[in-house]
Design a protein around this ligand. Structure first.
Ligand code: HEM
Length: 425
């Protein structure tokens, strides 16, 4: 078949859809690995949640099958991309086919293996960017759906997750529609940036005609310096205080979709993902005194320890500091988590990445945070936290400009299962 290259490169190059669907399953031959093991996602050999330094150039495979998708509970890998797509499939059957293709690619890519060998007269089955054998490199592909998937296109309106809405614009936001929303989001994480880039390219190729990229932001986590959690571009350790969602009882309360009669049954095992693209104005930040910077967060910059304390494990005691003499009342950590019984249920599980978009039109560094948090109920948790943060001192140095609210799908449980099967089969 001759492909019109110009047409192929347009968003509506649907002619290729059949080729993509036909290629399903013929790409990567799975290698025998523990990626086929069933059971909930494990930490994939990374140490603890929310940090730590991966141990080598190619990490081992993270099990693909389980009640929950990988990419939430396992410690954040060093590199990531957040890619939002518009679904261009026009029927429910087309959406189901897209989900099967997506599942199949994610299953193969996370396991790693040898791409199939096509005739040299054919386009190669794989981009080749990782060489002849694809390493698993701790790859996780986490699929979420946006509220717009539940409009009238696929007859899914009655099955919308109970707390899934369009992302609200908060007073300090400067949202750019080109960087917002999406019917689907893929959070792709791996040890190395090339493994992430390879995966998104493979998926985009195999799903062309059924979904189109809307926005994409690469993320990175720096090595821990000198230890503990890694730092954001404002120089502070990030990801220190997080609810212990490794404990299933905590996860049931704060993380996984509730079994409360409000959520459609298919959502069991899923969670809500808030992704916010937040620019940090580092040139302004660098002109602020260290005292003031530390007061804005409520922690020491060098160590990450809470102000007024010396122990790395110290937990702030705001009752003993009612007027904010030690940790200012406007400090980020104090407003984000006041640690009162009333705010206990609004805690969120954060899994952030730094981003670097180069230079803006004024010659300033265009860098920031891909803020991600996972939770059971966006209104009760992220929204409540964000509203407490509205007047924080930090807000002069940051600008949220994109992202969205998504529902991270339940895990793919076995080799015949696929994303959204419970809803679409
Ligand atoms: C560019 C934007 C942001 C930066 C640079 C930032 C940075 C930080 C830092 C350095 C900490 C202290 C270390 C830690 O516990 O991880 C922290 C804590 C925290 N942040 Fe943020 N953050 C940002 C945005 C947000 C947003 C949008 C939210 C939620 C709406 C949020 C919620 C929290 C929470 C809940 C904590 C933990 C507080 C505690 O339990 O003590 N952050 N953040």
């Amino acid at each position: 078949m001759t492909i019109d290259r110009r047409k192929f490169l347009t968003r509506s190059g649907v002619g290729i859809a059949a080729t993509a669907a036909g290629a399903l399953g013929s790409g990567l031959l799975p290698r025998t690995s523990d990626a086929d093991a069933t059971g909930a996602s494990s930490d994939g050999g990374y140490g603890g949640p929310g940090g730590g330094v991966p141990d080598g150039p190619s990490l081992r495979a993270i099990p693909f099958h389980g009640d929950h998708q990988a990419g939430v509970l396992n410690a954040a890998q060093s590199n990531a991309t957040f890619a939002a797509f518009d679904v261009t499939a026009t029927s429910r059957a087309g959406l189901a086919e897209l989900m099967r293709t997506l599942t199949s690619r994610a299953r193969f890519l996370t396991a790693g293996g040898v791409p199939s060998n096509l005739a040299v007269s054919e386009p190669p089955s794989d981009s080749g960017t990782l060489g002849p054998v694809i390493p698993p490199d701790g790859l996780s592909i986490t699929v979420g759906v946006g509220e717009t998937l539940f409009d009238d296109r696929f007859g899914l309106a009655s099955q919308r997750p109970a707390h899934l809405t369009t992302m609200e614009a908060f007073p300090n936001d400067d949202l750019d529609p080109d960087w917002c929303g999406g019917d689907l989001i893929l959070q792709i994480c791996a040890g190395e940036a090339d493994a992430v880039a390879h995966a998104i390219r493979d998926i985009a190729r195999h799903t062309r005609g059924a979904m189109a990229l809307r926005w994409k932001m690469n993320g990175l986590i720096s090595p821990a310096r000198p230890d503990g959690k890694s730092r954001n571009f404002l120089g502070f350790k990030d990801g220190i205080a997080n609810p212990s969602v490794q404990d299933p009882a905590v996860a049931r309360r704060l993380l996984w979709a509730a079994d409360d009669g409000q959520e459609p049954a298919w959502t069991a095992g899923g969670t809500y993902h808030v992704c916010r693209l937040i620019r940090t104005y580092v040139e302004f930040w660098d002109r602020v005194s260290l005292n003031e910077q530390q007061g804005m967060f409520g922690r020491f910059r060098d160590t990450g320890i809470v102000l007024g304390d010396t122990s790395p494990n110290a937990v702030p005691d705001y009752k003993r500091d009612p007027h904010g003499k030690t940790i200012p009342l406007t400090a980020h950590i104090r407003l984000a988590n006041p640690r009162t019984p009333a705010t206990e249920e609004s805690r969120i599980y954060r899994r952030g990445y730094n981003y670097d978009l180069g230079v803006d039109l004024n010659g300033n560094l265009n860098v920031g945070l891909v803020f991600n948090c996972f939770q059971q109920n966006i209104k009760r948790q992220f929204d409540a936290t964000q509203k407490r943060l509205l007047n924080e001192a930090l807000s002069d140095y940051i600008a949220p400009f994109g992202g969205g609210y998504f529902f991270t799908l339940p895990g793919v449980q076995h080799s015949k299962d696929w994303y959204l099967r419970r809803l679409l089969a």
